[in-house]
Design a protein around this ligand. Sequence first.
Ligand code: RP5
Ligand code: MG
Ligand code: MG
Length: 282
Amino acid sequence: EGLHKTCRDTSKPYLHTKDVHRTEVPDEKVPWSASFPDYKPKDYTDPKSKGKDWADPDIDDSDFHPKWNSIDGKIDRKSHIGEYDIVDGRPQNPLGRTGLKGRGTLGKWGPNHAADPIVTRWKRDDNDKKVTSEASGKPILQFVAILRGDVKQWAIPGGMVDPGEAVSATLRREFSEEAANSIKKTPEQRKELEKSIETLFQHGTEVYKGYVDDPRNTDNSWMETVAVNFHDENDSTVGGLELEAGDDASDVHWKDIASEMELYASHVSMLKTVGELHNAHW
Ligand code: RP5
Ligand code: MG
Ligand code: MG
């Protein structure tokens, strides 16, 4: 999992703000075990998120009694990477300092669980022949990428696991919403879509489970995900699927997988594993 970087970026203000800046955290000061007496980061919780049904109350709200490191009613407050510490009443980011305290724009204190569907196929030419990279001599894999509306970066069409929702359902739902615009379809079209996505999503391979170096992370709130690869070897299941960006995605396309790709958060490392899995060009 290494050192988080994206969530220490001080080059721009925190998401959706003009004047919330992270404190600079040098690499060697990231671990909580490193002494950093001058560390006094800003405490920021997006005011627009307060009172929303997807958001936790303020940490010091007297009616808020979260069960840390547990399944708390319908909310999963367990981390994929083990027990996290509670310091001064707040969950502490297991990867270390981020330069910002509070809940930021995330919904939950502690881990925020997402699921990332990585849908892949082989790149093919007009004669349906697999296209090989000249550099590596290996076939080129493509995945369904969406352009995130919030930060305008290409990403896996992932999303948050709803309270009580099974990860397998989140994977299908988020792919349908963001890459096939299921929300705007008629009930009949949606049924059709659900059928083909169900076929495609029958056999998945988990490629990652753990922390995500997401730009929204803070010292007290962070993203975690389960990334699952659904591969269409013969272009038989996704071939007929029409991609259409929806919900918080503003564009969608098949993107060639390669090491020089630039993607949101730590998505590149998840795709590297997918490339290795299929012995594809990287
Ligand atoms: C990332 O944010 C996860 O890997 C996932 O792709 C995404 C979930 O958040 P939203 O897309 O719901 O904002 O950390
Ligand atoms: Mg979504
Ligand atoms: Mg999303």
